[in-house]
Ligand binder design. Structure first.
Ligand SMILES: Cc1cc2nc3c(=O)[nH]c(=O)nc-3n(C[C@H](O)[C@H](O)[C@H](O)COP(=O)(O)OP(=O)(O)OC[C@H]3O[C@@H](n4cnc5c(N)ncnc54)[C@H](O)[C@@H]3O)c2cc1C
Length: 266
């Protein structure tokens, strides 16, 4: 009995982007034996700008204060981003707030340096792979951050919004065509300005445009923003991150806490 009690609990984490590695980190800190399965490639942080809370052991630098500014009304902003769809909520508070920010690139780089050796390269995780390869390995729990669409084996609805975005990627020579004042997120609801959001945080600029015509700048790419899903495939898996949960507005720093909270509810 003592031996059984002492056995380290084994967790599998799917995905090695920020959400996957932040969840792996939280589990490792909680004495889980963690193995990560993913296409083994560092995420480019495309779009992600900053952490809204520190992650113990991964964020080392100081926080900075980020200012949100809104040009126009909340309703016009919601319509510019999401069209006339009802049921999507956007708050004035979120578009005009000030709050502390931590460097997501630094935290992800720190997580990669610690956890990269635990990543097993699986280029295409699918429901079949889970059933044939993962299940027989008998992990106590599975945490997934890969897009929920990748693990869906039935007909489920995945509501999402397509937008265009560009983020500074100096390593690839890509730079956004406009940059707001430092540590500012500009939200623009007007017709005169094509983009709806432009930010400059920790020296990196990100811009987003509504769906429709592709903005005429090199490096602009289509981005899927998850909104909601009714998918309950592999319902015993713990879903983290915006794509893993397929939910609007989920932030990367929540992945670790969410995984631990769900584990404690078992
Ligand atoms: C424009 C924009 C701005 C955002 N800003 C912020 C922000 O400021 N702060 C914030 O916290 N979040 C932000 N987000 C949300 C989100 O947190 C970030 O996009 C974040 O980088 C996503 O990390 P992730 O780990 O969830 O996904 P990803 O970085 O996409 O990682 C997914 C991982 O799973 C792997 N994978 C996927 N499918 C498979 C498969 N079938 N088989 C094997 N491997 C697979 C990928 O290779 C990758 O390693 C933003 C999102 C967008 C679109």
């Amino acid at each position: 009995v003592k031996l059984l009690r002492r056995r380290e609990k084994r967790a599998a984490v799917l995905g090695c982007g920020p959400a996957g590695l932040f969840a792996a980190h939280a589990l490792a800190q909680d004495n889980w034996d963690v193995t990560i399965f993913s296409k083994k490639r560092r995420s480019e942080m495309f779009g992600a700008q900053y952490l809204h809370a520190p992650i113990p052991g991964l964020t080392v630098g100081r926080s900075r204060e980020v200012h949100y500014r809104l040009n126009g009304t909340v309703d016009a902003y919601r319509e510019k981003v999401y069209g006339r769809r009802s049921g999507i909520s956007v708050s004035l508070e979120a578009l005009t707030s000030r709050h502390p920010a931590w460097d997501i690139r630094e935290a992800y780089a720190a997580a990669w340096s610690v956890y990269a050796e635990r990543i097993i390269n699986i280029p295409q995780i699918s429901p079949e792979w889970v059933i044939q390869e993962l299940h027989p390995l008998r992990y106590d729990r599975v945490v997934t951050s890969i897009p929920a669409t990748e693990l869906c084996s039935e007909v489920h609805v995945f509501d999402s919004q397509q937008v265009w975005a560009i983020g500074d990627a100096p390593e690839r020579g890509v730079f956004a065509p406009y940059s707001p004042t430092r540590e500012t997120v500009e939200c623009d609801a007007t017709r005169e300005v094509g983009w709806y959001r432009a930010s400059n945080i920790f020296g990196y600029t990100t811009m987003e445009w509504p769906s429709g015509r592709k903005p005429p700048f090199d490096g602009v790419a289509p981005v899927t923003k998850p909104i909601s899903t009714d998918c309950d495939c592999f319902s015993n898996f713990i879903r983290v991150g915006r794509y893993g949960t397929w939910t609007k507005g989920v932030l990367s720093h929540t992945a670790g806490d969410l995984a631990l909270k769900r584990l404690s509810l078992r």
